[in-house]
Design a protein around this ligand. Sequence first.
Ligand code: TGC
Ligand code: FAD
Length: 407
Amino acid sequence: MYHHERHTITMSSTKTSQQALMPPATDLYYIDHLLSEEERMVRDTVRKFVGERVLPIIGDHFEAGTFPRELIPEIAGLGLLGMHLEGYGCAGLSAVCYGLACQELEAGDSGLRSFVSVQGSLAMFPIHKFGSEEQKQRWLPPMARGEAIGCFGLTEPDSGSDPGSMRTTARRDGDSYILNGTKMWITNGGIADIAVVWAKTGDGIRGFLVERGTPGFSSSDVHHKLSLRASVTSELHFEECRIPAANMLPGVRGLRGPLSCLDEARYGIAWGASGAARTCYEVALDYAKTRVQFDRPIASFQLVQEKLAIMATELVKAQLLALQLGRLKDEGLIHPVQISLAKRNNVREALRTAREARSVLGANGITLEYPISRHSNNLESVYTYEGTDDIHTLIIGQAITGQNAFS
Ligand code: TGC
Ligand code: FAD
């Protein structure tokens, strides 16, 4: 038995050494072979869009602190807004296709992926999943076309990791609700036509659709950010803001509502972070092969090779995690703990990759001439939003031990 196994291994390794070519440095495990033709097509289409339309302008937007709004019609034209939702003008593609799109968008900039995550997973998803038929008909088609922009208001100045402690209230008054409170750090807030706002009512936490222009609703953008600069981040203010009772999302009550939306967006982030990591690794590898010091390319030094080897290994691991997560989602087998595991791992490793890649580029790494510091700074936000790294550690810890260590 033992002999037979050894023989088999020898045979297959001989075969491997004769036939297998060196895999590409950016796909060491041939993950490409695990994708269907449709999945590859989605990935390549978004990659082409990012290469042609995003990369030439994103550094300037990052420097200026502006979101490239001019790209919204093209992003919508590619079917990327609410792309994993069915009907109402949405593309109805698989979770894996959605993930691959997030990966390619974030290979460009986390701000771009954030825009798509918030629109599709945090604004359109709750309307699709928990909204009335009228709310769906009214909002989803223009949101899929990029003609109406959405945002998601959960976090407050005093309520971040613990959203259950929110202070925003919605008081019933006849056929209306009256909102009071402040939401903080809201992506797309300043450009949103519709805000999905979570507030406490006499009946627990409920979701509300608040239209821009409603008296008592205002927003102000957060300035001086050093991260996610090519993304709009805002504060939302509600002061005796009266909205029709019909604007409440009828399909969900309690923290389960917003947390279900976070499951969708965290899923996209797990993929997206691997895109940012891939860009940093590719740039560092390329740079190391051409930068000469001590009469040799720096890629020939063991210490540089170790950094690149770790980046390559973590990239393969992150991509495999994301892909299996996507397959589970498409099979209807996904559990929030799996999403937390992938979000936590892929973002922390992407951040580590970005920092190491920056060091490989030396001084050049700190400029906007190269994308690495931009990614590294962006990933600091990604590490914090959608559940901090600590929170995902505790979610995994609670799931595997049965013990709650949050409070
Ligand atoms: P807990 O008592 O555990 O649960 C309350 C209710 O929620 C249910 N639930 C979930 N449902 C769906 N998906 C999940 N992942 C869920 N986790 C819990 C749970 O079953 C229960 O339901 P029910 O019906 O029995 O009442 O809640 P807790 O208060 O102890 O909090 C748990 C904790 C800490 C994990 C949660 O609060 C959390 O995840 N905190 C982090 C907050 C966060 O991630 N905020 C993100 C804000 S949005 C954002 O950052 C957007 S950035 C977008 C971009 O630009 O890309
Ligand atoms: P806190 O919750 O105050 O945490 C501070 C520190 O304490 C962290 O290190 C945290 O891990 C740690 N900590 C907290 N509790 C525990 C615990 N129990 N055990 C151990 N450590 C703990 N929110 C939205 O609702 N919508 C958006 O669109 C949105 N977009 C964002 C965009 C950007 C650029 C950023 C930076 C944030 C965005 N957020 C958004 C907010 C984001 O979700 C919160 O920042 C995040 O949930 C963390 O909350 P906090 O910043 O208040 O940190």
